[in-house]
Design a protein around this ligand. Structure first.
Ligand code: ATP
Ligand code: MG
Length: 196
């Protein structure tokens, strides 16, 4: 599951857990992006903060792990590179790329999208506020895509950052350890309110 995770929240964790259970996956690897090319116009927190929050949030689940492949690769993060790196780390493994409805609909705009489906099966999770129009999937190989309805959690990282910048709580939107990490490092105090 790739994401900016700025910060990771319970929407990400529920989506990962639902997909793990649906496909009976051995492991869900959370991959925080390095420099996200789609978010170039806003300030993204340091990769190390996002990586550590992801580790804190996933530590208690024996099937959840975190990969540094994108954080450690220089330059903007492209999913094609993520999948190629993961295929090396996990040879002879069926890879599933978990993503939200908003990202799924944009997939054809991703770099080398015609090769993405050779590397992984794509799982698009429903997400409140982002209706997935099946027409958006036209041109994609439907046998390599599954859409999954997950319990609706209208949580986004943007909202968490906005709440912090207004002095509002993020308790119960993100795991407790992440609330404490955000406070300890004073993240998002003056965050911009733009949404992606
Ligand atoms: P931002 O508001 O900064 O864009 P975000 O909440 O969208 O943050 P990302 O790190 O951009 O979080 O998301 C990573 C992946 O998780 C994306 O594929 C996104 O669609 C998916 N996702 C995020 N929030 C949810 C949610 N509440 N339910 C289902 N999927 C989600
Ligand atoms: Mg997003």
């Amino acid at each position: 599951m790739g994401g900016t995770f700025d910060p990771i929240h319970h929407g990400h964790l529920v989506a990962a857990s639902e997909v793990q259970s649906w496909f009976d996956l051995d492991e869900v690897v959370f991959v925080p992006t390095g420099q996200p090319w789609q978010k170039a116009e806003r300030e993204v927190s340091a990769a190390e903060h996002r990586y550590l929050m992801t580790v804190i949030a996933t530590a208690s689940n024996p099937r959840f792990t975190v990969s540094r492949v994108d954080v450690d690769r220089a330059g903007p993060t492209y999913t094609i590179d993520t999948l190629r790196d993961l295929a090396e780390v996990y040879p002879d493994t069926d890879l599933y790329f978990i993503t939200g409805a908003d990202a799924m609909a944009a997939l054809l705009g991703w770099r080398d999208h015609e090769h993405l489906f050779d590397l992984a099966h794509f799982v698009g999770c429903t997400r409140p506020g982002h209706e997935l129009d099946e027409d958006a999937l036209q041109g994609m190989p439907t046998d390599r895509i599954t859409l999954i309805e997950i319990p609706a959690l209208a949580i986004s990282s943007t909202d968490c950052r906005t709440r912090r910048s207004r002095g509002e709580p993020v308790w119960y939107l993100v795991p407790d350890g992440v609330v404490q990490y955000i406070a300890k490092h004073d993240l998002y105090a003056g965050a911009a309110h733009d949404r992606h």
